[in-house]
Design a protein around this ligand. Structure first.
Ligand SMILES: Cc1cc2nc3c(=O)[nH]c(=O)nc-3n(C[C@H](O)[C@H](O)[C@H](O)COP(=O)(O)OP(=O)(O)OC[C@H]3O[C@@H](n4cnc5c(N)ncnc54)[C@H](O)[C@@H]3O)c2cc1C
Ligand SMILES: NC(=O)c1ccc[n+]([C@@H]2O[C@H](COP(=O)([O-])OP(=O)(O)OC[C@H]3O[C@@H](n4cnc5c(N)ncnc54)[C@H](O)[C@@H]3O)[C@@H](O)[C@H]2O)c1
Length: 478
């Protein structure tokens, strides 16, 4: 028998995006139906951020054992028990899972339905026998791995982000197709855990990163022994009784690789199939049918329906999903006008060294502002904490307008992700370089690099003729 529900909000998908909306809506007392077809917690918890960072942590420990010499400790080749590495990753997931669980969301007062949601008309979603006519709907269905059309790929086994964290064995030679954040984070982790790793990237590795910063991380990956083939296509894959043959092509011609396993890290596309969007009069883009047409306030062409997170078709980050959830809550529950501001969304890539960016990067500033901006730079080579850790490779860059307002911050080096949070705070609050001199950083911390950027700003300002005149006047005072 059909069960009818009429909540304030119906959220489709219980990943980072859906869970954030549902929890916030319940905190304000709105009634919520939350629908999930697979695992609560979605990609981030089960096959994205959490397992990848846990694997990176294991790789880091192995790397530290091999490279202890400089600290006066006899280095040792670690014995990698890959099943136990797998267990560590799964334990971390299991430890966080209760936070995203059905039980927790039911206890909050959400009605949680397990099943596949689809629209039947502009106001109605069905899940099995349940019919939900909500005041507002949120599509938070995430994305799934893109499988490129490589001849022969369908005849060999391959990993994607959805399966790689189930692996319990050391992989002899892992070919990673795609040199974006996923490909390179996992390349370094697998290399440090004892695999030979080759990354084949069709364009530029870390192509969305300021090249000056990317080069620092890519050099380290190369030093770790990750082979990165840029501007190279995978032409075809050949199934063999032992291993997999791979034909790649670059400007140097064709080459053959013998690998044991393949991981696809070639991007992710929104999960929209099966939602019956046309029945809800939700339009998708003509040039990109897997992209929903969205307003700056994340509304679809059906004003009752929003789309957020990876399903929204823009950048794919958990913190972006949470930010978008906040915007939807303000608009859907309080009727406030909202507009996404991409300039305040940070990006961090967890290679070693990490890379972080927020707001304008140097290449973007050149494109948008010509020469109407300033770059302040500081190197980790001048940071005492980085020196004590022997982690001096890296730099931070701050982009300001001519009056010192901070428009962007980029950093590669130890703790870059954490430092990017600091820059994100500055950009979101429209702070200027003078604010960097108005706080005291504990010594010795990596954050002191921020003070160094502030000093840079004033070093140039100190040459200002007016300031020099004032100093001359003050000198004459008794
Ligand atoms: C390897 C990897 C590492 C990553 N690392 C980071 C990182 O370090 N930092 C970061 O910010 N981001 C990272 N990301 C990206 C991040 O995981 C995603 O941006 C984030 O999880 C998106 O959340 P979401 O809620 O939009 O989608 P998801 O988490 O995918 O959730 C969508 C949910 O909707 C469900 N669903 C889909 N269709 C339906 C339907 N019709 N009915 C019911 N349920 C449905 C799905 O089962 C899923 O559970 C990483 C991604 C990968 C792959
Ligand atoms: N630290 C983080 O925040 C983090 C980490 C991992 C993943 N993610 C997110 O998850 C999503 C997926 O990550 P990703 O790295 O797979 O996606 P991506 O789109 O960032 O990178 C994919 C890369 O694969 C390359 N590529 C595509 N097809 C190819 C082919 N046939 N042969 C060779 N190269 C090919 C592209 O040129 C690109 O560089 C991204 O949106 C990313 O933002 C985030």
């Amino acid at each position: 028998m059909t069960e009818r529900m009429t909540p304030d909000l119906c959220v489709i998908g219980a990943g980072s995006a859906g869970l954030s909306v549902a929890a916030a809506a319940r905190a304000f007392g709105a009634s919520v139906v939350l629908i999930e077809r697979a695992k609560m917690g979605g990609d981030c918890l089960n096959s994205g951020c959490v397992p990848s960072k846990a694997l990176i942590a294991a790789g880091y420990r192995a790397h530290a054992m091999r490279n202890a010499q400089a600290y006066g400790i006899t280095p040792e080749e670690p014995r990698i028990q890959f099943r136990k590495v797998h267990d560590h990753v799964q334990k971390v997931i299991a430890g966080i899972a209760p936070h995203d669980s059905e039980a927790r969301f039911r206890a909050m007062g959400c009605t949680v339905l397990i099943g596949e949601a689809r629209f039947t008309d502009p106001r109605t979603v069905m899940v099995g026998e349940a019919e939900i006519r909500a005041r507002r709907f949120v599509i938070a269905t995430g994305a799934r791995p893109v499988v490129p059309a490589i001849p022969g790929l369908d005849a060999v086994p391959y990993f994607t982000s959805e399966t790689i964290f189930d692996n319990t064995r050391k992989l002899t030679h892992l070919l990673i197709v795609g040199g974006g954040p996923m490909g390179l984070e996992l390349a370094q982790a697998y290399r440090r855990l004892g695999s030979e790793v080759t990354v084949v990237e069709a364009g530029t590795p870390l192509g969305r990163t300021d090249p000056e910063l990317a080069a620092v991380a890519l050099n380290r990956l190369a030093r770790d022994g990750v082979a990165i083939r840029a501007n190279t296509a995978v032409e075809r894959v050949i199934a063999r009784s032992m291993g997999i043959g791979v034909v790649i092509r670059s400007e140097n011609g064709e080459e053959r690789l013998d690998v044991s396993h393949i991981l696809l890290a070639t991007g992710r596309k929104p999960n929209l199939e099966g939602l019956d969007l046309q029945k809800a009069r939700i339009r998708t883009r003509k040039d990109a049918p897997d992209r929903i047409v969205l307003s700056a306030g994340l509304r679809t062409s059906n004003r009752r329906v929003y789309a957020i997170g990876d399903a929204a078709g823009g950048a794919q980050f958990t913190h972006l999903a949470s930010y978008q959830a906040g915007l939807v809550i303000r608009n859907a529950l309080f009727g406030l006008p909202v507009r996404q501001n991409p300039d305040i969304i940070p990006v961090a890539t967890y290679t070693d060294p990490e890379i972080g960016q927020v707001g304008l990067t140097e290449p973007e500033a050149r494109k948008r502002l010509g020469d109407r901006f300033r770059i302040l730079r500081a190197s980790f080579g001048e940071n005492d904490r980085a020196r004590t850790e022997l982690e001096t490779h890296g730099l931070a860059k701050l982009i300001t307008d001519r009056r010192g307002r901070i428009l962007g911050g980029s950093v590669v080096g130890p703790g870059a992700g954490e430092l990017t949070a600091f820059f994100a705070f500055c950009v979101a609050n429209k702070l200027s370089a003078r604010h960097l001199m108005a706080f005291v950083a504990p010594y010795p911390t990596l954050t002191e690099i921020v003070k160094r950027l502030g000093t840079e700003y004033y070093r140039e300002a100190a040459q200002n003729p007016l300031l020099q005149k004032i100093m001359a006047l003050v000198r004459r005072l008794p």
